[in-house]
Design a binder for this molecule. Structure first.
Ligand SMILES: CC(C)(COP(=O)(O)OP(=O)(O)OC[C@H]1O[C@@H](n2cnc3c(N)ncnc32)[C@H](O)[C@@H]1OP(=O)(O)O)[C@@H](O)C(=O)NCCC(=O)NCCS
Length: 144
């Protein structure tokens, strides 16, 4: 498969929303994508089809990963790692050196990927998630 990363466009939101519904127990509604501006968002294309996305929110040298998923049919093949690594590198090239995120405590897959990229757990938000209710682990990575 030929991977390609590009800045997310409005035209990606329908495919992104479809993946979102398959990838998360409590997915973002369509309006969460369409009603806001996302200056730091990348879409993963495999053979020109939308198969993943990552959204960041931030100020100056600090970014928070606010949404990130790979189509379940393509998970476990290195594409999540590809998307995380390349998008973080683009931000780093632009001067970002602090990354944070929240992840469900039970999401060991994602936590393992973040740990692989040097994120460490820096805190817990009690009952942060709903459906099902669950703590969030706050993870951070600071590049010296
Ligand atoms: C989390 C997610 C983005 C990872 O993407 P992916 O393409 O499935 O993962 P990759 O194949 O790139 O794997 C990269 C690393 O993730 C971790 N990982 C992936 N699948 C795993 C599994 N089944 N069990 C444990 N760790 C796993 C490993 O650290 C792996 O590195 P390794 O292959 O050297 O062991 C993807 O599974 C996903 O979209 N999940 C649902 C949505 C989600 O949880 N998003 C994150 C919210 S914080």
């Amino acid at each position: 498969m030929e991977p390609r990363l590009r800045a997310t466009t409005d035209g990606d939101f329908e495919a992104i929303h479809a993946i979102e519904q398959k990838a998360f127990p409590n997915p973002w509604p369509m309006e969460a994508f369409t009603d806001f501006l996302f200056p730091w968002a990348w879409t993963l294309l495999l053979d020109d089809e939308v198969k993943g996305y990552i959204f960041y929110h931030g100020v100056e040298d600090e970014m928070v990963i606010i949404n990130f998923a790979i189509d379940p049919t393509c998970q476990g093949k290195g594409w999540g790692e590809f998307l995380l690594k390349n998008s973080m590198q683009l931000l780093q090239d632009g001067g970002v050196n602090r990354f944070f995120l929240d992840v469900r405590a039970s999401n060991f897959k994602a936590r393992s990927l973040y740990e692989k990229y040097g994120f460490i757990a820096v805190g817990t938000r009690k009952n942060y998630y709903s459906q099902p209710e669950e703590d969030a682990i706050v993870m951070g990575k600071i590049i010296q």
